[in-house]
Design a protein around this ligand. Structure first.
Ligand code: AMP
Length: 219
């Protein structure tokens, strides 16, 4: 099974991808996370990516994300499915993503779209942190109490993502509406889109995804 997952910032793409990956033994390929790992390397490419992602808060060039995704997909065994999170993100990446998948003999079975309002997106991202030691994603108010600054899993320090500033979130939501929404509509046109109401509990969202995949006889 090969899935794509879409949704605005804070819609739960990462959380649902991980649950799907666990349940159906899929490889979770997360574009943003792969790029953040490249930034940490602090070589020339890492510095350029840091400037685009964390300072300008824009999308990286298609060629870069294409290479990163292709490289990651090639490491997945042929008999294992994938969930691709964060690519394609604009129309110019659609053909590129489809070509990469086709060469690797993978058909897209469905595209999951987690729909949440802009207000909910802003609210969720304001509470989104990550542990600097173990990398766990932490939601303040859910995983740890408000005011706490240590990881619930290892006690390490937690921080917000460098691009999760109010201005960064606003810019990325604009990019989502302008560039990614047309991609979502393209997959709706192909009848591959699975619309999911994202403003429910994690368990309810997961259940709706499973039901929709069953209805389409994908699982
Ligand atoms: P995310 O973790 O999905 O919010 O992505 C973090 C950042 O990585 C984005 O704001 C972009 O700068 C960059 N990025 C992630 N996916 C893509 C993509 N498909 N194309 C271009 N840039 C991307």
């Amino acid at each position: 099974m090969n899935l794509l997952i879409f949704g605005p910032q804070g819609s739960g793409k990462g959380t649902q991808s991980e649950l799907l990956a666990k349940r159906f033994n899929l490889a979770h390929i997360e574009a943003g996370q792969l790029l953040r790992t490249a930034v940490k390397q602090q070589n020339d490419l890492g510095k350029k990516l840091n400037e685009i992602i964390n300072i300008k808060k824009e999308l990286v060039p298609d060629k870069v994300i294409g290479e990163v995704i292709e490289h990651a997909l090639k490491t997945v065994p042929k008999n294992q499915g994938i969930i691709l999170d964060g690519m394609p993100r604009r129309q110019s990446q659609v053909e590129m993503a489809e070509h990469i998948l086709e060469v690797l003999d993978r058909n897209i079975d469905a595209c999951i779209y987690l729909d949440i309002s802009e207000a909910e997106s802003l609210k969720r991202i304001a509470h989104r942190y990550a542990c600097m030691d173990c990398g766990h994603k932490i939601v303040v108010g859910r995983d740890i109490p408000a005011g706490e600054s240590h990881c619930a899993f290892c006690g390490g320090n937690i921080e917000q993502r460098a691009d999760d500033t109010p201005e960064g979130i606003k810019k990325r939501l604009e990019i989502f509406h302008r560039d990614t929404q047309p991609v979502i509509e393209y997959y709706r046109g192909l009848e591959k889109l699975v619309d999911i109401q994202g403003e429910q509990s994690i368990e309810e969202v997961f259940k709706d995804i499973e039901t929709a995949l069953k209805e389409r006889e994908i699982i």
